[in-house]
Write a protein that binds this ligand. Structure first.
Ligand SMILES: Nc1ncnc2c1ncn2[C@@H]1O[C@H](COP(=O)(O)OP(=O)(O)O)[C@@H](O)[C@H]1O
Ligand SMILES: [Mg+2]
Length: 345
């Protein structure tokens, strides 16, 4: 029995109301849990290496961390930044690692400059020309002894319709990396890579690219990794008993409904945990997973069956059936629109 499991007492079959503080406490504990799986560790190590080797270096290195939503990009970079919190020394503010989310619908790169300045505590963050703002960022970064800049949601800098913004954004990014000479980490969706294709000079500056991917389930190795991930989660669950999530059949069901995306796994676990607590169970069981699945709505799950409580579930066979349903749906939609076009022409 692990120590973690001793932190939570048995409910002895007594349902726990959501009004009970213990209920909220356990959920909060779950929301905060972070699994340091090998891919996570790889990124975390890479950040540390970048940080250490760029300090007082003639040339800082940079990193582009990309991946679809929910794979854990924000989680890993924020955890890293947390190790180097803002400090106030006398009248000075020291910000060793600045983490920043690029806000959506940015109209100009200047708006980003203002946002960075505001985060650093510049009271005049909104005034000045592009150049002045750029200058101020560099000065502020030096004053606050900044060692690393992390820009999350980087894809928001890329407006599909106005290549113009893209061009200015990349020029501006170039200035930033050149002048600051600190490592800049860009996190974003895979399509944010457009900025690299668009600007060769930037491309050359970000030779190191890490793609964070969802867990696979195709071969034994991938299955083992996913089951390890589930095992870690199981250890961290706020229940006194283990839930056996890494059982091969149960793991295949969990992969089938979550596609191996950490966000979906976590959402499913939280929903199942709530049900288990309300039912007075001391673990997550298939009954709570079954009902949790029905409560979670995700558009791409429309064609998935509920695999929980099904002792004959076969991952690959079900996946095939699901793909066939999706294909039939797409084919039908295409032939419908063809028909419509014929009518109107
Ligand atoms: N290593 C991990 N351990 C635990 N939970 C994780 C992990 N990675 C991601 N998650 C969870 O998945 C969700 C999405 O993660 P996030 O970092 O926001 O993904 P991204 O930034 O790639 O879209 C969050 O709720 C987060 O807690
Ligand atoms: Mg994110």
């Amino acid at each position: 029995m692990s120590i973690k499991k001793l932190m939570f007492q048995t409910l002895s079959g007594k349902p726990l109301s959501f009004r009970d503080p213990e209920y909220k406490l356990r959920l909060e504990y779950m929301k905060k849990m972070i699994v340091k799986h090998p891919q996570y560790q790889e990124v975390s190590d890479e950040l540390e290496e970048l940080h250490i080797t760029s300090k007082d270096s003639v040339q800082a290195s940079h990193l582009n961390l990309c991946g679809q939503t929910g794979v854990g990009k924000t989680t890993v970079v924020k955890e890293y930044a947390k190790k180097f919190p803002k400090k106030h020394v006398g009248s000075e503010t020291i910000i060793p690692v600045l983490y920043l989310k690029v806000p959506p619908r940015l109209r100009t790169p200047k708006a980003l400059a203002s946002k960075i300045l505001a985060e650093m505590g510049d009271l005049f963050a909104n005034s000045g020309t592009d150049e002045e703002l750029g200058r101020r960022i560099v000065d502020f970064a030096k004053d606050s002894k900044m060692e690393m800049l992390i820009l999350d949601e980087f894809q928001h800098l890329i407006d599909r319709d106005t290549q113009n913004v893209l061009a200015t954004a990349s020029d501006w990014l170039k200035l930033l990396t050149e002048e600051l000479n600190i490592p800049v980490v860009l996190c974003g969706l895979p399509e944010s890579n457009d900025i690299f294709e668009y600007n060769e000079q930037i491309d050359g500056r970000y030779p190191r690219r890490i793609l964070l991917e969802p867990f696979g389930f195709e071969d034994q190795e991938q299955q083992r990794s996913f089951r390890m991930f589930l095992k870690y989660i199981d250890e961290e669950l706020p229940f006194p008993e283990h839930s056996n999530l890494s059982d091969p059949l149960l793991a295949s069901k969990i992969h089938y409904v979550t596609e191996g995306v950490p966000r979906y796994v976590k959402d499913l676990m939280i929903e199942a945990a709530k049900l288990s607590l309300k039912r007075g169970f001391d673990r997550i069981n298939e009954e709570s997973l079954h009902d949790a699945f029905n409560r979670i709505t995700r558009s791409n799950q429309r064609y998935a069956i509920n695999p929980f409580l099904d002792s004959k579930f076969e991952y690959f066979a079900e996946l095939k059936k699901q793909q066939a349903k999706i294909k039939a749906f797409i084919d039908e939609r295409q032939s419908n629109s063809k028909r419509k076009r014929k009518k109107t022409s």
